[in-house]
Design a protein around this ligand. Sequence first.
Ligand SMILES: *Cc1c(COP(=O)(O)O)cnc(C)c1O
Length: 386
Amino acid sequence: MDLNHILFHLGEARETYFNAISPPIIQSSNFAFQDIQSFRTAITNEMQNHIYTRGNNPTVAILRKKVAALEQAEDALVFSSGSAAIGAAVLANVKAGAHVVCVQSPYSWTYKLLHSFLARFDVSHTFVDGTDLASIEAAIQEHTTLLYLESPNSITFELQDLAACAQLAKKHGIVTAIDNSYASPIYQNPIALGIDIVIHSGTKYLNGHSDVVVGVVCSSKAMIQKIFDQEYMILGAIVSPSDAALVIRGLRTLPLRMQRSFESCQKIVAFLEQHPKVEKLIYPFAKSFPQYELAQRQMRGAGGLFSILLKVDKIEQVEAFFDRLQHFAFAVSWGGHESLVLPFCALYNIPGRDAPSIPWNLLRFYIGLEDPDWLIADLAQALEVL
Ligand SMILES: *Cc1c(COP(=O)(O)O)cnc(C)c1O
């Protein structure tokens, strides 16, 4: 489907709301019926009909249509966070005794979902090196029901060969799911490569303005109905109509924002790659990236996230570099208008907390919509301290 049609027309039945260009926010929890028979008909399909907003809301429904089409999926559900979307998609595909194969170092709350939460319900897991297809295959057991991918991840950016993973999973009768937040639907469409379920933290690129926490699951009609009938309706992690309207607005500029973030990021990466104080730069579209070929093959672009490791001896030097940065906000998350830095040294030396597996000289950057030269000038002056 044409991207222009998806972003500017799909799902927007303007004639039903005064031909308004911007869709109305239907801020209503419930919907009234004229008679018994129309209720009887409606209740047979809570996902499509207007009964109660935990199940279906007209504003949210517009967003569902758009994100499904963006991922070339038959249908989609929108959740109140990416984490809720991940939880629902995973829960729908396991039961007691089941086993999940998951890439190592997924998003932190995905790790906790498998490692501590699902372990309570007798669902086991194996974390594997997703860069190696043989490791994935070797981890598959008799009771494996789900292969969970995140390609690339959002700190060190390891990829999985999605077409090969999809083929492998089909051979073993396993469902595949991927967290596609990094690439966004603009730069990678896993369903076209054979993956069953695509998940996004819409908090990042889809909304893109750092003002909404939202998640989406895209899949076949049958899978979406299955998730709707249990996890979606029971756990009730729905997005509000007003937040859905903000995400619809955010989507209007998704291709523009992705392009800007990607182009600026490439410029900044080129500057940092040359710099003598940068020991290593990790970015899927950098020639030095170990899986560069695969990235080029399955992604159309790489967006604005990358990491660097500084060439330093002491954590204080990283802190000194960080202290001199002025144009990057220090915050978790990414995908908004603003450029960010996440220095992993900040997770060291916290009383009562183990040091992370990520080295202290790693800083994860997100490039937003500012002028890249303005950001480069800031990085250059901060690097002078080293
Ligand atoms: C932020 C993030 C999530 C979680 O999404 P929320 O919207 O914060 O719940 C999941 N996966 C990745 C890769 C993320 O960056």
